[in-house]
Design a protein. Structure first.
Length: 297
């Protein structure tokens, strides 16, 4: 089965493309076949329409906190509120979020989804630094328009599966809070390159099998691309591919005969959650981990 890990951006271009890690899951081994750049929206949208079966993990919030959707008077169903968002101009959408935040007391201006809290992720309402709100506005309507099965937000009997990934969650298992990406030079850049090197070494060691049940075959060419990319985009795409491959293997979806069976297997990894908010796929946030209270933070 083909596996895709996608490092997303709200404004793809030559300097800052959407990076796609292309892999194939054979048994327990994730073989990385390539790292490709999408420098514009048509190229990215074409990826979403590739023939299945495949599973992809993308690193942006698929949904908004339910409390925000309700306060804005939007439909609670993911398909319906994403359809509404798709009709809004970006300034109008951002103004709606800013108006919501302005009315909230200190400490509640940037609410997070349940999955964000467990993963230690930022609020999808973030506008500065990591522009997650812009990423949602650009990304979620395109996921819906692709007709693929978006889990858990929009289940469909399709052999193309889109899951939400969060590469920082993978990196923190072995780096803790040590930063691993930075476009600036100097001593800090050297330290972060060393962190990327440690992470790549770990991913190709037995440690990956212990945490994700997989092994990784990473050609030297692509390992070097991940190491030398100071932005960390290529490495983040690879980490998303690991999360997608884990979901395929841990759920048994890779062996399922039909898209409906694959969907059932993938959904079995999810804890009880609000599907209209979305959920990050990672063993730390799986149904078992949440039930046992052992989610990695």
């Amino acid at each position: 089965m083909y596996i895709y890990g996608i490092d997303f951006t709200s404004a793809p271009c030559r300097r800052k493309p959407i990076v796609v890690a292309i892999g194939q899951l054979e048994g327990l081994c994730l073989n990385i076949l390539g790292l490709e750049d999408c420098e514009d929206w048509p190229t990215f949208e074409a990826c979403l329409h590739l023939s299945g079966p495949w599973i992809a993990a993308l690193d942006f919030p698929f949904g908004l906190p339910a409390i925000v959707v309700a306060a804005l008077g939007w439909p609670s169903n993911w398909t319906d509120y994403v359809t509404r968002v798709a009709r809004l101009a970006l300034p109008t959408f951002l103004q709606a979020l800013q108006s919501y935040s302005a009315q909230q007391p200190r400490g509640q201006k940037l609410p997070r989804r349940q999955t964000d809290v467990l993963a230690g992720a930022l609020s999808p309402l973030m506008l500065h630094g990591v522009p997650l709100a812009r990423m949602f506005w650009q990304g979620a309507p395109r996921l819906l328009a692709s007709g693929a099965c978006v889990l858990p937000c929009c289940p469909k009997e399709e052999a193309r599966f889109l899951l939400e990934g969060y590469p920082a969650l993978v990196a923190r298992r072995w780096l803790g809070r040590q930063p691993y990406k930075n476009e600036r030079g100097g001593k800090e850049a050297v330290i972060r390159r060393q962190a990327r090197a440690r992470l790549l070494a770990t991913l190709t060691s037995a440690a990956l099998s212990q945490s994700y049940g997989l092994t990784l075959a990473l050609p030297e060419t692509y390992s070097l691309a991940c190491l030398t990319d100071a932005r960390g985009d290529h490495l983040d795409a690879l980490l998303c591919a690991v999360q997608a491959a884990w979901a395929a293997h841990a759920s048994g979806a890779v062996h399922a005969a039909t898209p409906q069976q694959m969907q059932h297997q993938l959904c079995a990894l999810l804890p009880a959650c609000n599907p209209d908010e979305g959920w990050i796929y990672d063993p730390a946030l799986s149904a078992h981990a949440c039930i046992e209270g052992s989610a990695f933070l």
